[in-house]
Ligand binder design. Structure first.
Ligand SMILES: *Cc1c(COP(=O)(O)O)cnc(C)c1O
Length: 397
């Protein structure tokens, strides 16, 4: 009898009890708005920001309504505006080019390598005339951040990091989000901390931080922040910075604070699962495992492999056979955007030139989530099923 996996790839763990308790107490006192505090009270949102700044080693942190909001807010805060060219990855998710388009700027796509990171040679060739790089650490893969920063610093290009998949990751010991001018994170359900929706942004630059706070909708209540610059910095920016409301509320912050305290342990658990699947897939004929750089500390909350140079109908057949056995895989090579997967040429509001080198990679990328509700035995079983079905299709192809 062939084995079938019965787990659910979109089922995350419950919110920790401490988060549920904290959320209930916010609901009981009723002060959900972040600036609605009793005398002497520090809001959950302000405390979350303080703790997130400490966890990442950043001077300033701001909690906002979503990861996508953090990206748009960061672009505005660094001064990107209509018509500016903003470089970004050809391999990313829709909120990234969406954030660029939301400020009237023009996305310029940079090629992806077989390691699933931004192609630094292509980046170097495109720096001229760009105002910023919105660097997406897509699916948790970090490029050589030392070389990337050297290139962008020399070219005068501001770097904003999209760390939706790298909260808790690091390059050469430096936390992801701490290389560029701004690091942006998401706390949407499928990311590394779960508040349903939510985002965070970190920076060491006091004017960027003050502008971001005002942009997020602080009115003139910025003194109620614990991880923001002093009032003199706000004096310099407050009359020139629009309010583009996108605050986080105390309910979501209350849910997140206990998760932040557990993040390192969760990262370790994700990586245990990742290694079991990776080991099980290694040396499967026709399948390429994505190797990690020794300087990369990653978070294995999802896993990608490549079916490089396969005919599209064979990729689809392999995926269908895995799906029949309960293993849900996503493909970035599909002609039409499906659920969370789409390609640079699906975003027709953003002009793109054909990128044959990236098309070859994208056509081979297969993706799976690894929620922490999976046991290590689940992970071993998933790998056995993928290995069997991919090998079977490869042999017939
Ligand atoms: C989820 C995600 C975002 C944005 O997060 P939201 O909180 O859903 O707005 C940005 N970039 C990538 C790569 C993501 O996966």
């Amino acid at each position: 009898m062939t084995e079938r996996f019965t787990g659910n790839f979109t089922q995350q763990e419950p919110i920790p009890d401490a988060g549920i308790e904290a959320a209930l107490s916010v609901l009981r006192h009723g002060r959900l708005h972040r600036y609605n505090v009793a005398a002497g009270e520090l809001s959950e949102t302000a405390l979350l920001e303080q703790e997130f700044a400490a966890a990442t080693g950043a001077r300033f942190a701001l909690a906002v309504a979503s990861g996508g909001y953090a990206l748009g807010c960061a672009l505005r805060a660094v001064g990107v505006g209509p018509g500016d060219r903003v470089l970004t990855n050809a391999f990313t998710l829709a909120p990234v080019p969406g954030a660029i388009a939301s400020v009237g700027a023009v996305p310029v796509f940079v090629e992806v390598t077989e390691s699933l990171v931004i192609d630094l040679d292509d980046l170097a060739a495109k720096l001229d005339g760009a105002k910023a790089l919105m660097l997406s650490h897509m699916r948790g893969h970090l490029c050589d951040m030392d070389r990337l920063m050297a290139l962008c610093d020399a070219g005068g290009v501001v770097v904003i990091e999209d760390c939706a998949h790298t909260m808790g990751a690091a390059w050469d010991g430096v936390p992801s989000g701490r290389h560029g001018a701004v690091g942006c994170y998401s706390t949407q359900t499928y990311k590394h901390m779960n508040s349903g929706e939510g985002g965070l942004l970190v920076t060491d630059d006091e004017e960027i931080a003050a502008r971001a706070v005002i942009l997020s909708g602080s009115y003139m209540l910025y003194e109620r922040h614990l991880a923001a610059p002093g009032p003199e910095v706000f004096e310099r920016v407050k009359y020139h910075t629009p309010n583009v409301s996108g605050r986080m509320d105390n309910l979501r912050a209350a849910i997140l604070r206990p998760q932040l305290a557990l993040l390192d342990d969760q990262v370790r658990r994700w990586n245990e699962r990742y290694r079991v699947v990776e080991d099980g897939l290694r040396d499967t004929p026709g399948l390429t495992v994505v190797e990690r750089h020794e300087k990369e500390t990653y978070v294995g909350s999802s896993l990608q492999f490549l079916l490089l140079d396969w005919a599209p109908d064979l990729v689809q057949e392999a995926l269908a056979r895995c799906a029949d056995r309960g293993v849900e895989l996503k493909w970035f090579g599909g002609a039409e955007p499906v659920a969370f997967t789409s390609r640079y040429d699906s975003w027709r509001y953003a002009e793109s030139v054909p990128m044959p080198a990236s098309d070859r990679i994208l056509a081979g990328i297969v993706d799976m989530r690894l929620p922490l509700t999976f046991s290590l035995e689940d992970c071993a079983q998933i790998a056995r099923i993928v290995r069997a079905e991919v090998s079977a299709v490869w042999q017939q192809g």
